[in-house]
Design a protein around this ligand. Structure first.
Ligand code: AMP
Length: 394
């Protein structure tokens, strides 16, 4: 089956076409600056990358061009050749525990959830509607970033705030990166042959940890919004909320301004004063830049705190899994973090950890917790969920 995996942003549309069940990537690419001056798209096919500049008025333009390119490249014979489209949708509220075929009701619900996911759900919905317009007969599936975390118990997801905030306004922890953490849980089950107790560490520009037991999420570090948890590239992670009105009173900023500061001007960018990119920070850290040393030490401590918390929650951990840009590529972050757990007998095999592009175990034989690097693949997870749902319907 030919399944298109889609991630629509406010001015972008990323796609990967998979052939399932073979998990083969046929073609991938991105449409950028949709609705803005200078729009263009790139397509990767057969090891080549093409880039074309073209006016993209809206997402529907992008979908039309994409489908026509797929036909011109002889990847598809006609629009009907595409079997299904899977969409990344950031917020599924507490309605969606799993991916779902998009009906009119589902579309309305995603719209209803916009106040909970104001930065992402409108764009995700635009993507869905554009594909519906061009491909009205082809099934579409929503894959929610929050869904995997819906197995958390109320003891994990409630905040200690007035109960009517939860009852009337749905204020609770939702968690994000669920598609990535689900991929890790699924892949680890495939590799080991059974469900183990796992702490999945998705360390990218945005980052979260997820405690997984019996293949299900027990707790995760992001919260009501993707701002919570530990320090990230430009996001603060957990801070005392009293800071917000105080800064507003001092600077004259609005609440949106301060939230923007916490989302875009904080985290490693603020602490290092250099960059939000871990590669830059590592370089400066190794050159003994004091701000970057402090930033790195804080980053590691904050993640270690969450790891310790989840180790206790799981009553012991079998596997710590590193994934996403930093988790997959930074042997320094992995080493500094795992060294914090030496006292518990968790040990890295330095040689394995230092290998470029490693995927697999990086702990020693006698390590009390096994440590693994596993590249995430959210696009494939979206395509697999779509494939499974569409086949179930048949
Ligand atoms: P992501 O959000 O998953 O794309 O991850 C982005 C983050 O991964 C950025 O902070 C990058 O600096 C980081 N990253 C990518 N490659 C490397 C690398 N080789 N070493 C350290 N950090 C890396």
């Amino acid at each position: 089956m030919e399944i298109l995996s889609v991630n629509a942003g406010s001015s972008s549309l990323k796609f990967t076409l998979f052939e399932l069940p073979f998990e083969k990537v046929v073609v991938s690419g991105t449409f950028e600056k949709i609705g803005i001056e200078g729009s263009f798209y790139t397509i990767k096919y057969n090891g080549e990358k093409i880039r074309k500049e073209v006016k993209l008025k809206d997402h529907t333009d992008a979908v039309k061009i994409l489908m026509n390119e797929l036909i011109d490249m002889k990847i598809l014979d006609s629009y009907d050749d595409l079997d299904a489209v899977g969409h990344r949708v950031v917020h599924g509220g507490d309605t969606y525990f799993d991916s779902i075929i998009i009906t009119k009701e589902v579309e309305e619900k995603i719209e209803e959830l916009i106040p909970l996911g104001p930065l992402h759900n409108p764009a995700n919905l635009t993507g869905i509607r554009s594909f519906k317009k061009i491909l009205p007969k082809i099934p579409q599936v929503a894959v929610f970033d929050t869904a995997f975390h819906q197995t958390m118990s109320d003891e994990e997801y409630l905040y200690a705030v007035p109960m009517e905030w939860y009852e009337k306004f749905a204020v609770r922890k939702y968690g994000f990166h669920g598609t990535s953490h689900k991929y890790i849980a699924t892949k680890m089950r495939e590799i080991i042959g059974e469900d183990k107790k796992i702490i999945s560490c998705h360390l990218g520009n945005g980052a979260s940890l997820c405690a997984i037991k019996d293949g299900k999420c027990v707790d995760t570090s992001m919260g009501f919004a993707p701002l919570a948890g530990f320090i990230m590239g430009t996001r603060s992670g957990d801070v005392d909320p009293s800071i917000i009105p105080y800064v507003m009173s001092k600077t004259g900023e609005t609440v949106d301004d301060v939230l923007n500061d916490l989302n875009k001007k904080s985290g490693m960018l603020a602490l290092s004063g250099v960059s939000s990119d871990m590669r830059d920070i590592e370089e400066a850290y190794l050159n003994k830049d004091p701000r970057c040393i402090r930033a790195m030490n804080m980053y590691i401590k904050h993640i270690a705190n969450y790891l310790s918390m989840y180790n206790t929650l799981l009553e012991g951990t079998d596997y710590i899994v590193f994934t996403a840009g930093i988790g997959e590529n930074s042997n320094l972050v992995r080493k500094l973090l795992i060294d914090k757990f030496k006292f518990m007998g968790v040990k890295l095999d330095e040689e394995k950890n230092n290998q470029r592009g490693i995927s697999g175990e990086i702990s020693t034989e006698d390590s009390t917790i096994k440590v693994v690097v596993l590249p995430t693949d959210e696009e494939l997870m979206i395509a697999k969920d779509t494939y499974n749902l569409v086949n179930k319907e048949k």
